[in-house]
Write a protein that binds this ligand. Structure first.
Ligand code: NI
Length: 299
């Protein structure tokens, strides 16, 4: 079936008990209550300078129909913008300023991801989440919240297989199924991908760039948090190794990683780093000549 956000909201035939519908119903109910209370409050001021302007309803107006799924940011094809001159792979980005991107892989997780989202919201930090399509299907509400709070979503394949061992059609399938799951759950299209285990052949990177518009995103800081060395070790590894333009790898799948985040995020903020999402970081890329000029201005 079709899963465009418009149809999730409007189709009466679709009676799945999805969180989106419940939320929407709750929102409509809340809106109606607000309107009712506003009417009651304004009934005594129906004349005078602050009286509401009355206009006749345009009954001929119809909401334009949408042809097929229409996802937010679907026009922002990265291959035409930030990766045009940059190749297909980024481990870090040359930027002017103390910008970094922190990334969380292998979610969404029903407990750890929401806990992390609270920590990020408290600090007004935007992160990038490389999600597994199969987990998105299991926890779509967690992905919706992640998107609603301004974070970026990246494609981390559908089943987290080592893509370098797969044929082209299987690689396409892994990208497509994850992309579809993200669109279905949260109505957005990813802009970048990260291969599971970092394993992707150059030929496959070009195929994915050409067919999906995803640059391949690796990392410059790896705290090896998936080995569960303890929250303080995770925090100190990230704080020691992060430099401007860096891309930090972490995993919201693991509770220890999330436990490490308050100290990690506060430490990075204290060092003066400014957090952006991965596609924002790539959009800030300057060329090496500019970087040189900013260090040694010529007169
Ligand atoms: Ni992974």
């Amino acid at each position: 079936m079709d899963h465009s956000p418009e149809q999730i909201g409007s189709s009466s035939a679709d009676n799945r008990p999805s969180l989106g519908k419940l939320t929407r119903r709750g929102f409509i109910a809340a809106s109606a209550a607000t309107i009712a209370s506003c009417k009651a409050a304004s009934s005594t001021t129906s004349t005078g300078p602050n009286a509401p302007i009355k206009s006749t309803a345009n009954k001929d107006y119809r909401t334009p129909s949408v042809d097929g799924p229409s996802l937010r940011n679907n026009a922002g094809n990265p291959s035409a913008n930030f990766s045009k001159d940059a190749g297909t792979t980024f481990s870090r980005v040359l930027v002017s300023g103390n910008y970094i991107a922190i990334t969380f892989d292998d979610g969404p997780h029903p407990q750890n991801t929401p806990r992390l989202l609270d920590m990020l919201a408290q600090r007004n930090i935007k992160a990038t989440f490389y999600v597994i399509g199969r987990s998105v299907d299991l926890h779509p509400g967690v992905l919706r919240r992640t998107v609603a709070e301004g974070h970026e979503i990246g494609n981390h394949s559908h089943t987290h297989r080592l893509l370098s061992k797969l044929g082209d059609s299987e690689v396409r399938q892994e990208m497509k199924l994850c992309q579809d799951a993200i669109g279905r759950a949260a109505g957005v299209r990813p802009r970048t991908m990260r291969p599971p285990y970092g394993g992707l052949l150059q030929r496959q990177r070009e195929l994915i760039q050409n067919e999906f518009g995803y640059p391949t995103i690796l990392w410059s800081v790896d705290p090896l948090d998936w080995k569960r060395p303890g929250p303080s070790v995770v925090a100190s590894r990230i704080l020691t190794n992060t430099t401007a333009g860096g891309i930090v790898l972490a995993h919201d799948l693991h509770s220890q990683t999330v436990d490490a985040m308050p100290a990690t995020l506060d430490g990075l903020l204290k060092k003066g780093f400014k957090f952006v999402t991965v596609s924002q970081l790539i959009a800030m890329k300057i060329d090496a000549g500019d970087a040189q000029a900013s260090v040694k201005p010529t007169s």
